[in-house]
Every structure is written in structure tokens, then in C-alpha cells.
Ligand binder design. Structure first.
Ligand code: 5GP
Length: 175
């Protein structure tokens, strides 16, 4: 297979600074409360691992997995549960942690699903946002970087399960 060109879009130092800043905001907003981080596998795992260490509040972490694009780089619009939470969300402050919001279909689906389980509060946090691609009316509560319509990899984000381990967020040329 031919190697696509990878060009750094967001270097690791900028990611680290942004994650720290988001952690400070979350620490303010959840001060004195317990927050349940619902980390969306697999992409958000690296972001969540760094973010949770910057939050000064009572943090509980759980994971959820829904179907993603597979090896394609455009949305199928189909969202499917692959792994549910172990924790109950009822009466808790829940924060969904995503790697990237693109069409918004995944997050909209997750929000509807978690809302029906009666959390005390439900907010959303994403490292990357591509608002120009949105197909539903949805604005995440906490956004790290707003980016153009580019396909990115690294820092948890994959292309056909590859490149998640890259420390920088890079543009994948095969779009
Ligand atoms: P949405 O449902 O908002 O269209 O898509 C959300 C999911 O699509 C993300 O969690 C991620 O798995 C995948 N995705 C969307 N855009 C990108 C991208 O630029 N790069 C990668 N690697 N995945 C993306």
C-alpha cells in the first residue's frame, strides 16, 4: 500500500496547551461536583487520558463504543452501539468526550441515548470540531480546535486503524 503524505496540522505542544486550558475550564465548571467522563472509543482515548489529568474535580471514567467510518473517509450516517457503559448515568453529571465532531450524527445519537437514561446534566466536549460538515443542529459545549474540512489522523485518530499513536494531529492526504 502506498504511504499517504502526512502533514502536521496541530503540533503536540499546541495540543498539550489546549488540553491544559480545557482542563482548567472543566475544573471551574465542575468544581465540587463529581463528573462522569463518557469516553467514546477508540479515538477519544488518548485525548481523555491527557484531559482527565488536568481536571481538578471528582472524576469517574467510563467508555462507550459506537460504529465509526471503518476504512472509508466519509460518513455513512449509520450509528451502531458496539460497547455500552458499565456505569449508570442516572442523576449524574455526564460529560461525553469525543475526538472529533464531523457531521454530528454520532454525538447527536449518543446524546439522545444518554438523555433517555436521566443524567442530572449532560454536556459534550471534543478536541476537534468540523462545523462546516454538520448535518444536525449541534454545538459541543467544549471545543479544543475548530478545523476546516480535512481528514486528520494522529493523537487517537485513525485511518483504517493506523496512525492513532502519532503525537501530532496530521492531515491525511487521501481525501
Ligand atoms: P460524525 O458522526 O460527527 O460524522 O463523526 C464522528 C466520528 O467520525 C469521529 O468520532 C471519528 O471517528 C470519525 N471522523 C470524523 N472526521 C474524522 C477525521 O477527520 N479523521 C478521523 N480519523 N476520523 C474522523
Amino acid at each position: 500500500m502506498q504511504q499517504p503524505d502526512l502533514r502536521v496540522l496541530i503540533p503536540r505542544q499546541d495540543i498539550a496547551a489546549k488540553v491544559q486550558e480545557m482542563g482548567e475550564t472543566l475544573s471551574r465548571d465542575y468544581r465540587g461536583k463529581e463528573v462522569l467522563l463518557v469516553v467514546v472509543l477508540r479515538g477519544a482515548a488518548l485525548f481523555a487520558a491527557d484531559l482527565c489529568r488536568c481536571i481538578e474535580a471528582d472524576v469517574v471514567i467510563d467508555f462507550i463504543a459506537v460504529s465509526s467510518y471503518g476504512s472509508s473517509t466519509s460518513s455513512s450516517g449509520v450509528v451502531r452501539f458496539l460497547k455500552d457503559l458499565d456505569e449508570s448515568v442516572e442523576s449524574r453529571h455526564v460529560l461525553i468526550v469525543e475526538d472529533i465532531v464531523d457531521t454530528g450524527l454520532t454525538l447527536a445519537y449518543l446524546m439522545e441515548n444518554l438523555k433517555s437514561r436521566h443524567p442530572q446534566s449532560l454536556r459534550t466536549c471534543t478536541l476537534l470540531d468540523k462545523p462546516s460538515r454538520r448535518r444536525v443542529d449541534l454545538r459541543p459545549d467544549y471545543v479544543g480546535f475548530t478545523i476546516d474540512d480535512l481528514f486528520v489522523v494522529g493523537y487517537g485518530l485513525d485511518w483504517d486503524q493506523r496512525y492513532r499513536h502519532l503525537p501530532d494531529i496530521c492531515i491525511h492526504s487521501e481525501k
